[in-house]
Design a protein. Structure first.
Length: 228
């Protein structure tokens, strides 16, 4: 087995960036970013490409420094009160081939000095997609409960995200699955420790977590009639 792909230098850079989130500091430390952060992140995606092609062939796994699975570190500040120019985390997004944006079912890796995790599912799906997911929960509640409670999925993942304060339109407040129907996000996350992220076996752990997320990914894809 080869050595670790990600190491403590990645987290050291992100901590330093948190303390010096400005363009001058970043320009002076861009070589560190390339060497300690973006380069290893792209290498991780490259290492995951073949195994994920087998276990989740509908996901785009693109090991490129630009316009690939590794997300940009530059923040879009045009419509935000927070004008800090850089993200202080590393994000890697494996999007579904049928999805044009991050709202489609997909897999997301998050690396931050305070929190590392893998996410699976749909974050803020658009109106028609959300309606389709809710409709499948309503018409096939047994399938949803099997998905939500599947042993290996439930052992590692937790459903998270925002919910409506009341029942969605067309569903009664006393619906037996009202807590799930109120969800605005259908995302589950599984945490990683820093020692797991910086271990040589981390790519294998990611592949295992992707396999364990299959019940949720399949349910969401079935709801919008796309393959997984």
């Amino acid at each position: 087995m080869s050595g670790p792909i990600l190491d403590k230098k990645l987290f050291k850079f992100l901590r330093d960036l948190r303390d010096h989130n400005d363009r001058d500091w970043f320009a002076e430390n861009k070589n560190r970013y390339e060497t300690d952060v973006r380069g290893p992140a792209v290498e991780l995606v490259s290492r995951l490409q073949k195994p994920l092609d087998k276990v989740a062939p509908m996901l785009h796994v693109v090991p490129k420094a630009h316009n690939g699975s590794v997300m940009r570190i530059y923040r879009d500040t045009r419509f935000s009160k927070d004008k800090l120019p850089y993200k202080t985390n590393v994000g890697i997004s494996f999007r579904h081939q049928a999805g044009k944006d991050i709202h489609a079912p997909g897999i997301y890796l998050h690396f931050d000095p305070d929190e590392c995790f893998i996410g699976a599912g749909s974050w803020r799906p658009d109106g028609p997609t959300l309606a389709a997911i809710r409709a499948l929960i309503d018409t096939d509640p047994k399938a949803w409960k099997r998905t939500r409670n599947q042993k290996s999925f439930a052992q590692h993942y937790e459903l998270v995200g925002e919910s409506l304060k009341t029942a969605p339109r067309d569903y009664p407040k006393d619906h037996p699955l009202i807590e799930d129907l109120r969800r605005k996000d259908f995302i589950a996350i599984a945490p990683f420790t820093t020692s797991e992220v910086t271990s040589a076996s981390f790519p294998d752990l990611v592949v295992e977590r992707v396999k364990q997320a299959r019940p949720l990914m399949r349910f969401l894809c079935d709801a919008i009639d796309v393959p997984y």
